[in-house]
Design a protein around this ligand. Structure first.
Ligand code: COA
Ligand code: AMP
Length: 633
């Protein structure tokens, strides 16, 4: 018998236009599309070309107009400020409409960019929705990035307005955001016309006369603004993500395809019904936050939780269970690292028993490989299905998952299950040939990608093609390596580029190497991702000094750690640097980062045939032991 997943997969691949048109009819269109899939300009594909929509209308107004205005749309739960604030759909629509009016008053209109550098407060989600309402393009930058990274994004997105808050709160640490923003604007060539600052009571931000405005003052005067119809193919947002260099990629998301895909995913992947509560513990600065803290739940008419807290420390490892019980959460989504943190503090899961989790149905994990230990711990203690699923900033929603809204397939630990309907995932070798089940190769997705995935990079069609479409003609390169077994289960093993995954955050070691190279005493360097029990991976830097430098090595290491924090930000979790005499290389001069990583992680490694001088690996092994790595050698 064909399963529901098989049937949906067959239909979505055989007749993508029919399949996604049916899904699109669940949403409101000011004008229906001319073509479901415009494939007239490969490799650029556009979904719902000719259609006119508004994502905010579909996320908010549609529900209010259908008489569901009293339903809860958003719950802001902030243990760090001791606040719980609830917004019905009508309330969220009203404040969003006024925030859109605020932005319009500053001259923001269709196609203008608005950059958001915000902590996890409701205004972050409201500002995103307000941009969508106007047809403006938001670009949210995660608060843990340093001014330099923010400046790069300001230069690329060229925002007309920047919205921020006076501070973020990291457990008990207050982090003033405004000085970081001022520094970023100073560094950037592009200057915004205006900044809007949400003054939080813990810190008051200084305002720059003529440029900075007080959020609440402007909001009090603002008139509600209606939804502006935009082309389905117009951009909704730009989200920067790490690429293979220090220059991040501006992933573009369109309006039409995005809302269709997210609404479909809420029903068929997450199994969340309208009126139910979804709790995604991430940050609006990441794609997970865009898709499943803000847009997905609201498009579905569900209740979203915006949590300003951590899995542990706010106040303890029972924080998630309190939220689930207090707000009647049916579905939760976070990264495995959050569970490793909880497991570390409460290994027996004692705090779970203190809360009523009777409404809780499913836990979803993504953002990094889910180690079987974490999977089993969560299953054993929570007694609900734990679903590992795989996706990327670029794809916007899951590529592989156990689609519990279709049916629940058996779990195979280590696998995010099968390709989600619409994604034709294949394992390819270097010659773009499909590999056999069980063989490891590059995970690639046959074009066209389904709705919701990136149509291009911001102002960079060429970069889009070069980064994703050239290596395997006719396919999108995920830059993940893995295999597919006989049952179609996908196994995602490792990145094929220099990206590392630190606490579910995607970072480029190449970007960090650029920072290390900028240190005046450094001749050459390498950054590798080493295994970490909590964060999955953490970066480790190795530097070779310029001839004649005779500063103490620990001083250089401290300076390098500080430099990465200053240039990239605390999110990099870059805490270990060491000075080495030489770096191992191939005869053609390529640094053997992969081999060093294996040594650091205490894994077996094969001596590369092309190595220039094998003795260097022993030296590196000794140095790594000195900083606590490479135990088994
Ligand atoms: N603004 C400013 N600084 C921030 C920040 C923000 N929004 N988010 C994190 N930081 C800082 C932290 O304070 C920390 O700084 P420190 O070096 O001074 O201690 C640093 O960035 C690293 O943060 P993080 O990676 O979060 O590590 P942590 O040790 O504070 O916490 C976990 C570890 C596992 C608890 C945490 O990573 C977590 O909650 N992860 C959940 C998973 C997640 O959200 N994944 C996103 C994709 S789904
Ligand atoms: P990001 O763009 O930040 O969401 O990071 C995407 C990358 O995280 C992917 O390319 C994978 O390398 C990794 N990733 C995300 N989810 C999973 C998963 N379930 N299993 C393995 N790796 C994952």
């Amino acid at each position: 018998m064909t399963s529901r997943t098989d049937e949906a997969t067959r239909r979505a691949l055989a007749d993508p236009e029919g399949y996604w048109a049916e899904a699109a009819r669940e949403l409101h269109w000011f004008k229906t599309w001319d073509r479901v899939l415009d494939d007239s300009r490969p490799p650029f594909y556009r979904w719902f070309a000719g259609g006119a929509v508004n994502t905010c209308y579909n996320a908010l107004d549609r529900h209010v107009e259908a008489g569901r205005g009293d339903r809860l749309a958003l719950i802001y739960d902030s243990p760090v400020t001791g606040t719980v604030e609830k917004f019905t759909y009508a309330q969220l629509r009203d404040v969003t409409a006024r925030t859109a009016g605020l932005l319009a008053g500053l001259g923001v209109g269709k196609g203008d960019r608005v950059l958001l550098y915000m902590p996890m407060v409701p205004q972050a989600a409201i500002a995103m929705l307000a941009c969508a309402r106007l047809g403006a393009v938001h670009s949210v930058v995660f608060g843990g990035f340093a001014p330099n990274e923010l400046a790069t994004r300001i230069n690329d997105a060229k925002p007309r307005v920047i919205m921020t808050a006076s501070c973020g709160i990291e457990i008990q640490k207050i982090i003033p955001y405004k000085p970081l923003l001022d520094q970023a604007i100073e560094l950037a060539q592009h200057k915004p016309e205006a900044c809007v600052i949400l003054q939080r009571p813990m810190v008051r931000a200084e305002r720059v006369a003529g440029r900075d405005h007080d959020w609440d003052e402007l909001l009090a005067r603002a008139k509600p603004h209606d939804c502006v119809a935009v082309a389905a193919t117009d951009p909704l947002y730009i989200l920067y993500t790490s690429g293979t260099t220090g220059v991040p990629k501006g992933v573009v998301r369109d309006n039409g395809g995005h809302m269709v895909a997210l609404k479909w995913s809420m029903t068929y992947i997450y199994g969340v019904r309208p009126g139910e509560v979804m709790f995604t513990a991430s940050d609006v600065g990441w794609v997970v936050g865009h898709s499943y803290i803000v847009y997905g739940p609201l498009l579905q008419g569900a209740t979203a939780i915006l949590y300003e807290g951590k899995p542990v420390g706010t106040p303890d490892a029972g924080a998630f269970w309190r939220l689930i019980a207090e707000h009647g959460v049916s579905t939760m989504f976070t990264a495995p690292t959050a569970f490793r943190a909880i497991k570390r503090d409460d290994p027996k899961g004692k705090l779970i028993g203190k809360h009523d989790l009777s409404k809780f149905r499913t836990l979803f994990l993504a953002g990094e490989r889910c180690d079987p230990d974490t999977l089993h711990w969560a299953e054993d203690h929570l007694k609900v299905p734990v679903i590992d699923h795989w996706w990327q900033t670029e794809t916007g929603w899951p590529i592989a998952a156990n689609c519990i809204g279709l049916e629940r397939l058996p779990v195979k630990p280590g696998s995010p299950t099968r390709a989600v309907p619409g994604w034709d995932v294949q394992v390819l070798d270097a010659a773009s040939q499909q590999m056999k089940p069980g063989e490891i190769g590059s995970l690639a997705i046959k074009l066209p990608l389904p709705p919701g995935s990136l149509p291009t990079l911001w102002n960079n069609d060429e970069g889009f093609v070069k980064s994703y479409l050239v290596e395997f003609p006719g396919f999108y390169k995920t830059a993940d390596a893995g295999y597919i077994d006989e049952d179609g289960y996908i196994y995602v093993m490792a990145r094929t580029d220099d990206i590392i995954n630190v606490a579910g955050h995607r970072l480029s070691t190449g970007g960090m190497e650029e920072v290390l190279s900028a240190h005046p005493d450094v001749a050459e360097c390498a950054v590798i991702g080493v295994a970490d029990d909590l964060k999955g991976q953490v970066p480790l830097g190795m530097v070779v000094l310029k001839a004649g430098v005779n500063k103490p090595h620990d001083q250089i290491a401290r300076e390098i750690v500080a430099l990465v924090r200053e240039r990239i930000g605390p999110v990099a979790s870059f805490k270990t640097a060491m000075v080495v005499q030489r770096l191992p290389k191939t005869r053609s001069g390529k640094i053997l980062r992969g081999t060093m990583q294996k040594i650091a992680d205490g894994q077996e490694y094969r001596m590369p045939a092309t190595i220039d001088d094998p003795a260097i690996l022993d030296e590196i092994g000794e140095s790594l032991k000195g900083v606590g790595y490479g135990r088994k050698g």
